[in-house]
Design a protein. Structure first.
Length: 88
């Protein structure tokens, strides 16, 4: 599974056929789904950013915590490789 940040800002090109112009609008990914893909909003799940976990792992001095973080990171990398293999 891959997750996206619905708050991520994107630039969307808009073509106005009546005025024969193209302009850009900045919006979030969530706003894009609401505006252009009504009824197709992705499932919202809680997620922990990998970079945040890496920071915790590097900042902890507890050896048990380091081992646990290392296990989490190995599992995450394994899942990433499986996903890449499925995607081709």
């Amino acid at each position: 599974m891959r997750l996206i940040d619905l708050d991520q800002k994107i630039i969307v090109p808009i073509k106005d056929d009546m005025a024969e112009t193209v302009y850009e609008v900045q919006m979030t990914v969530g706003q894009f789904f609401d505006e252009f893909l009504e009824g197709n909003k992705p499932e919202i799940v809680e997620a922990v950013p990998v970079e945040w976990l890496k920071g915790l792992m590097l900042s902890t001095e507890d050896d048990v915590d380091k081992v646990e973080f290392a296990w989490i990171m190995r599992e995450w990398k394994s899942e990433q490789k499986e996903q890449e293999a499925q995607d081709g």
